[in-house]
Design a protein around this ligand. Structure first.
Ligand code: GLU
Length: 334
């Protein structure tokens, strides 16, 4: 009897202890402390280089470094240059794919575009050929241009307006076009045009391929800050409801599907290593932003322009990994 009593007492104590650890892990002070630590630890890391294949990206201030966390109640934690803006680039692909999914269904995205890793560069043409005209997933350029083409709209102006409004709703603010980046990229996007034409030859495009490429280029040129990215991520974490504006942007039926693609193909050819280290669905862009989702808990947005050889922001990855580890946020370890 006494033995049973001791066992019950220890179980109770372990429960109380782990609950207090959890509460401590998620207190505001703890979150702010870990954010500051991440910022201080990596601020001086000068690794990587700005993307320069889009000329306007090469001249963005490489010192920008901002970190924001937004929880699913809408509380905001931030440190550093969290209002500095960079072009969203590839991160836009998440939200346009989500729009297509909500308009046309999960099967459409799976069958028409694909949800598998490519094992090839994000702008690969040979990957399309090798897979019988399939883009493989909506986060490589081919799949993203395809997504853009399938957004329901009367014409390309209406399609652009819808895509911009959709991303702005996720961010809870009116996102603006970065004209310099757009002009620089639209005059130099022959490869993306070729990709769209090839997909069109395979009968995979929903609207005119060159018009879709232009709209895609615009969506990549929208400006976002770390703050915007974190709010966008927190909307996915919060089952499709923006926790700051309280607007319902997308059905909870679709957010697990979008996050699954982020887990598979969010960080280019380094997506496996990222998932192994963090367990978190995420997406990066060559503008230097990364957003990561901790389902049911947090959205993380980080901006720092210098990229590694895979095209992922060096400091944003380091800071996100530090935060996820030190706040015990790995979704696969819950
Ligand atoms: N607009 C860029 C492109 O089409 C996006 C690339 C990226 O961020 O991966 O090349």
């Amino acid at each position: 009897m006494q033995k049973l009593y001791k066992i019950m007492l220890s179980v109770l104590l372990i429960g109380v202890f782990s609950a207090s650890l959890d509460a401590q892990a998620l207190s505001k002070e703890r979150i702010n402390k870990v954010l500051k630590e991440a910022y201080d630890k990596y601020k001086g890391d000068m690794g990587g280089a700005n993307a320069d294949y889009i000329k306007a990206l090469a001249i963005v201030n490489p010192n920008i470094f901002g970190i924001t966390l937004v929880d699913t109640k809408g509380n905001i934690y931030e440190y550093g240059d969290t209002k500095e803006q960079v072009s969203i680039q590839s991160i836009s692909k998440v939200f346009t794919a989500a729009l297509v999914m909500s308009e046309r269904g999960v099967k459409f995205v799976q069958k028409r575009i694909g949800v598998n890793a490519t094992g090839a560069a994000f702008n690969s043409i040979i990957a399309i050929e090798q897979h019988g005209g399939s883009a493989l997933n909506p986060f490589v350029n081919a799949g993203a241009i395809q997504s853009t083409s399938w957004v329901k709209a009367q014409n390309s102006d209406a399609r652009w307006a819808k895509i911009k409004a959709n991303m702005s709703a996720y961010a809870g603010s009116k996102l603006q076009l970065n004209e310099d980046v757009y002009i620089s990229e639209v005059n130099d996007n022959k490869r993306n045009q070729a990709i769209s034409k090839l997909l069109d030859a395979y009968g995979r495009m929903g609207s005119d391929p060159l018009e879709a490429t232009t709209v895609y280029t615009k969506q990549c040129s929208l400006n976002v800050s770390a703050h915007d990215l974190a709010v966008m991520a927190s909307t996915l974490a919060n089952h499709g409801q923006n926790p700051v504006t309280k607007e319902h942007i997308i059905s909870y039926k679709y957010t697990p599907k979008i996050m699954a693609i982020m887990a598979t193909a969010g960080l280019y050819d380094n997506a496996g290593d990222w998932l192994y280290d963090t367990g978190a669905p995420a997406k990066s862009g060559v503008g230097g932003g990364i957003l990561a989702v901790i389902p049911g808990k947090f959205g993380i947005g980080i901006v720092s322009p210098p990229l590694d050889k895979y095209g992922n922001s060096v400091r944003a990855q380091l800071a996100a990994k530090y935060i996820i580890k030190n706040l015990h946020l790995n979704p696969l370890a819950q």
